[in-house]
Design a protein around this ligand. Structure first.
Ligand SMILES: [Fe+2]
Ligand SMILES: [Fe+2]
Length: 270
């Protein structure tokens, strides 16, 4: 079995710099140069099979601006020699309907959730839905589809989804400490049961929370990746996290290296 390698980036937030509780938090001015740096590293050093974008490409300014910025993002990420995989984030879906988003992602007609096989692996891409200020969901039709999709495959599976499916303790998280219901998927227990009962899911990768986090629940690792441009300092001028992940999948395990200003390494064997 040849190892399959992935480069992952998330929450690049192309758009204006964003504040939270009066402090500069999203260093969007760094988004383009940091994305270029990521692509160069992928092409010149890591040479992954897939480059994954876990969502929140834009900052939901307006339909026209989001379209323009998303297109700019795919133009820059498109310089990667690896195949691209896009996951829809909540900011991406505010002004862009499913059809427009999948067109920007370079996908044929169809929903933004899907599955595919690469090498000896099955990949599932989910599309969570955000109700502004209220909650995050994986709708019943996608949960039913997920169950059927996992029943059909015989391969080890990786799940890619913008919003975390784990029981993340949001205390200390700048964005979600006071609103964890806007961070985690409301149906996460039900979804995790589907993943666990399939016996095929080896890991779940998410973004959205703007920090690095790891949970292992029911034998499945839930890896949440820090945003590329999150400010690690308390305010301006700021220090971007520059986060990205490099993942190697083999028959017997998974190696995940998280790089940037807060690096860490995870290794799982089965
Ligand atoms: Fe985000
Ligand atoms: Fe998000």
């Amino acid at each position: 079995m040849t190892p399959l390698r992935l480069g992952i980036v998330t929450d690049v937030h192309f758009g204006p710099e964003a504040r939270h509780e009066g402090r500069l938090r999203k260093l969007s001015a760094h988004a383009e140069p940091l994305l270029r740096e990521f692509v160069e590293r992928m092409n010149d050093v890591d040479r992954p099979d897939l480059v994954v974008n876990l969502g929140d490409v834009v900052e939901d300014e307006s339909p026209a601006l989001d379209r323009e910025r998303y297109a700019r993002f795919t133009e820059l990420l498109g310089a990667a020699t690896a195949e691209l995989v896009h996951v829809a984030g909540n900011h991406d879906q505010m002004h862009l309907a499913d059809g427009e988003l999948t067109a920007l992602m370079g996908l044929p007609d169809g929903p933004p959730w899907r599955s595919f096989d690469r090498g000896d692996w099955h990949f599932v891409v989910l599309c969570t839905r955000y109700v502004p200020g209220r909650s995050v969901h994986l709708p019943p039709d996608q949960i039913a589809w997920l169950e059927e999709d996992l029943a059909r495959t015989r391969l080890d599976t990786l799940v890619l989804v913008h919003h975390p499916l784990c029981e993340m303790d949001c205390r200390g998280n700048r964005w979600f400490e006071r609103q964890p219901h806007l961070c985690r998927v409301a149906e996460r227990r039900q979804v995790r049961r589907v993943l666990e009962e399939s016996g095929k899911v080896r890991a779940v990768f998410s973004g959205h929370a703007h920090w690095n986090h790891l949970s292992v629940i029911g034998g499945i690792p839930y890896v949440t990746l820090q945003s590329l441009i999150e400010n690690l300092d308390e305010d301006a001028p700021g220090r971007p996290a520059r986060a990205h992940a490099f993942v190697e999948l083999t028959r017997g395990g998974l190696r995940c290296e998280i790089r940037g200003e807060e690096p860490c390494r995870y290794r799982f064997s089965w």
